[in-house]
Ligand binder design. Structure first.
Ligand SMILES: NC(=O)c1ccc[n+]([C@@H]2O[C@H](COP(=O)([O-])OP(=O)(O)OC[C@H]3O[C@@H](n4cnc5c(N)ncnc54)[C@H](OP(=O)(O)O)[C@@H]3O)[C@@H](O)[C@H]2O)c1
Length: 422
């Protein structure tokens, strides 16, 4: 199997003061010292050459890792949880994840709050935007321990809205270093997320592991299950695990409900092995990168090959575009998507999300939200995803272009391989 070439691992990073990490402090997200990977991203003026690990960390959002706010909150006891959003979305906009969580099939992604996404997030406006998404029926949020202050923003949201009834579903991740894990260390990490998110139980804990060569992930999963049995976690899940490991873990008796993987019209790797394996086990896939960091939108149609990027998300998916094909082929894909969008009177992002949601085993597409940035809430447009369906002609028109790109299973490997060393 081929691995990423040096070319695909080299990003021309625009000089941008926004490639910094931010943590919450006194109602605003405050600048913090950046991790090595963030510092590499900040190399001024010149295109930076990122190491494979740096690229992986940037992709996961670890630019902000290790700078978690120290002002942790005392958890408030919560009534447990059957969800009622003040939904303006149709019933088929939801799935019952884990059998008991009425989870919106378009999830609100919170990596965009972690710094490096072209703006300085503020807690107040971010919480207010989260509330607007919830009220529009988008009741489900995806965050991580490594997304800068994002878990703390969930805590702020919960303190404002969440004491008496369930005011949203909040999925998080735990991304530990690839080293031996002890029961105490797992407890401490999960305890930190509980405190930051101001809750007594995490709805979904998605576990990431950097190196399969370090076998301690099975220990970690055992300890996570113990915390689940004690009531601190509602459901255990994975992110970026490949089909082989996901299947082994599930088949060993860990009751996983989902695996969060990159999945888009351009990156169809999950179709090959992951989706059939997940479906056979009753697991769901939560897709990210569905909008390619915003590249799947009308605003990029007919535009020249970009020289710099507003967000680290764009950097990540531009790299995917170049791994799959080139900018000219990507423009052809946008044209084909535009044709389908025109036919159904929807937008290009609607076509991108709809395509992913129609794939087997997919339980949701996570769409990144720049909460608190004016004019960047797309709830109105995104609701149209639930008002149309792709037909055979649409799927064939899209596939006629996507299959001209490189076979990413061969170039990168199965889901999550982009985050791991050869
Ligand atoms: N597990 C992992 O390893 C992993 C990795 C990456 C991401 N994630 C998760 O996935 C989430 C999604 O992030 P992503 O980086 O993959 O980005 P994405 O969802 O592919 O793209 C997000 C961008 O798409 C644009 N957008 C959204 N709806 C739109 C619409 N209707 N019309 C036009 N543009 C629209 C917005 O751009 P503007 O803001 O410019 O409007 C937004 O910032 C993250 O927040 C995170 O929760 C997980």
């Amino acid at each position: 199997m081929m691995r990423f070439s040096a070319v695909t691992l080299t990003l021309a990073v625009a000089s941008s003061p926004t490639c910094l990490a931010w943590v919450p402090f006194s109602g605003s997200l405050k600048r913090a010292s950046a991790s090595p990977s963030a510092r590499m991203l900040m190399t001024a003026g010149q295109p930076s050459r990122l190491s494979r690990r740096s690229l992986m960390e940037t992709s996961l959002g670890t630019a902000a890792a290790g700078i978690i706010a120290s002002s942790l909150h005392t958890p408030t006891p919560r009534a447990s949880a059957s969800l009622t959003a003040s939904s303006e979305l149709p019933e088929d906009a939801y799935t019952l994840l884990g059998g008991d969580m009425k989870s919106c099939k378009i999830l609100n992604g919170m990596w965009q709050l972690s710094g490096g996404h072209g703006y300085r997030p503020q807690v107040g406006p971010a919480v207010s935007d989260m509330r607007k998404h919830f009220e529009a029926g988008f009741n489900t949020f995806d965050t991580a321990d490594i997304y800068g202050g994002a878990e703390d923003v969930v805590g702020s949201y919960k303190r404002e809205y969440g004491t008496k009834e369930n005011q949203g579903l909040f999925y998080t991740k735990w991304v530990p270093r690839p080293e031996r894990v002890s029961r105490a260390a797992v407890k401490e990490a999960i305890g930190r997320s509980l405190q930051r998110m101001d809750t007594t139980r995490l709805d979904l804990l998605q576990f990431h592991w950097w190196e399969y060569g370090y076998p301690y992930y099975m220990d970690a999963l055992q300890y996570l299950q113990e915390i689940q049995q004690d009531g601190g976690i509602r459901h255990v899940a994975l992110t970026n695990f490949d089909t082989k490991r996901m299947s082994e873990i599930y088949d060993a008796g860990v009751p996983l409900v989902s695996n969060q993987v990159q999945y888009s019209l351009l990156d169809q790797r999950p179709n090959v092995l992951m989706a059939p394996a997940a479906k056979a086990r009753g697991m769901s896939l939560l897709a990210y990168g569905t909008l390619l960091g915003g590249f799947f939108s009308g605003q990029w149609k007919g535009k020249p090959d970009p020289k710099g990027f507003e967000t680290v998300s764009q950097q990540k998916y531009y790299n995917m575009i170049r791994t799959w094909g080139d900018w000219a082929l990507f423009q052809e894909l946008l044209q084909a998507m535009d044709g389908v969008a025109e036919k159904h009177q929807v937008s290009i992002p609607n076509v991108a999300v709809r395509w992913v949601l129609e794939q087997p085993a997919v339980g949701g597409a996570i769409v990144g939200c720049r909460f608190g940035l004016k004019g960047k809430a797309h709830t109105e447009d995104n609701r149209a995803v639930f008002a149309f369906a792709l037909d055979k002609e649409d799927r064939e028109a899209l596939q006629a272009v996507t299959e001209r790109g490189r076979d990413l299973m061969k170039v990168i490997g199965d889901c999550g391989a982009e985050y791991r060393r050869a």
